[in-house]
Design a protein around this ligand. Structure first.
Ligand code: AMP
Length: 182
C-alpha cells in the first residue's frame, strides 16, 4: 500500500550540495490521493492520543502538518527559521545534514496542558527534530510523538532523539517493510 508513495518520492542527487541525495516530495503533493495517504500515514499511530497541537517545521513540515492538524482536530504550531515569526519567540540552535541554523516558535503557541505531535517531511540527522523537541519541552507541553513522512535510517536521527521518544516514519530509506512505533 505504501508502494505508490515510495514511487512518488523523487531522488535528486547533489541537491542542495554535492553528496546530498535530496528526497523531493513535490510529486506526492501533485496527487491529492497520495497527499491524503501521506497525511493518513503520518497521523495513523497518534489518532487516539489526544493530540492538542501539531508542531510543524518550516517549510515542508507545514505542508504536511496543516492537514495532519485538521485530521487530528488539533491546533497547528509553526516552527520557523529566525526572524520569520512576528511575535515574541523562543529559539533553539541545531545542526542540519547540510549546515547549521536555528529555529524559533512563538512563546504563547504551546503550554503546559498541550499534547504535541511534531511533524516534518524528512528525519535525517535528527538535528532539526531535536531542536524542535527542545522548543516544545521548554514551553511545558508534553511531546507525545514525532512523525515523519520519510526517515533516512543511516543518518542516526532516531538515536539522536533519544530512546524515550515515540518516533514514527511512513517511508524508510534504506527501505524496510514497516517502521512502527517502538
Ligand atoms: P536533519 O536535521 O538532518 O534531520 O534534517 C531534517 C530537515 O532537513 C528536514 O526539515 C528536511 O526537510 C531537511 N532534509 C534533510 N535531509 C534531507 C534530504 N536528504 N532530503 C530532503 N530533505 C532533507
Amino acid at each position: 500500500m505504501l508502494e505508490s508513495l515510495y514511487r512518488l518520492v523523487r531522488d535528486v542527487p547533489d541537491f542542495p550540495k554535492p553528496g546530498i541525495q535530496f528526497k523531493d516530495i513535490t510529486p506526492i503533493l501533485l496527487d491529492h490521493r497520495a497527499l491524503g495517504q501521506a497525511v493518513d500515514e503520518i497521523v495513523a499511530p497518534f489518532r487516539q492520543d489526544g493530540i492538542t497541537k501539531v508542531v510543524a517545521v518550516e517549510a515542508r513540515g507545514f505542508v504536511l502538518g496543516a492537514p495532519a492538524a485538521l485530521v487530528l482536530n488539533a491546533g497547528l504550531v509553526l516552527v520557523r527559521k529566525p526572524g520569520k515569526l512576528p511575535a515574541a519567540t523562543r529559539r533553539a540552535e541545531y545542526q542540519l545534514e547540510y549546515g547549521s541554523d536555528a529555529l524559533e516558535v512563538h512563546v504563547d503557541a504551546l503550554g503546559a496542558g498541550d499534547r504535541a505531535l511534531i511533524v516534518d517531511d524528512v528525519l535525517a540527522t535528527g538535528g532539526t527534530a531535536a531542536a524542535t523537541a527542545q522548543l516544545v519541552e521548554e514551553s511545558g507541553a508534553r511531546i507525545v510523538g514525532l512523525s515523519f513522512l520519510i526517515e533516512l535510517t543511516d543518518l542516526g536521527g532516531r538515536a539522536r532523539l533519544g530512546p524515550g521518544r515515540t518516533v514514527h516514519a511512513a517511508l524508510t530509506y534504506p527501505r524496510r517493510l514497516s517502521c512502527a512505533r517502538p
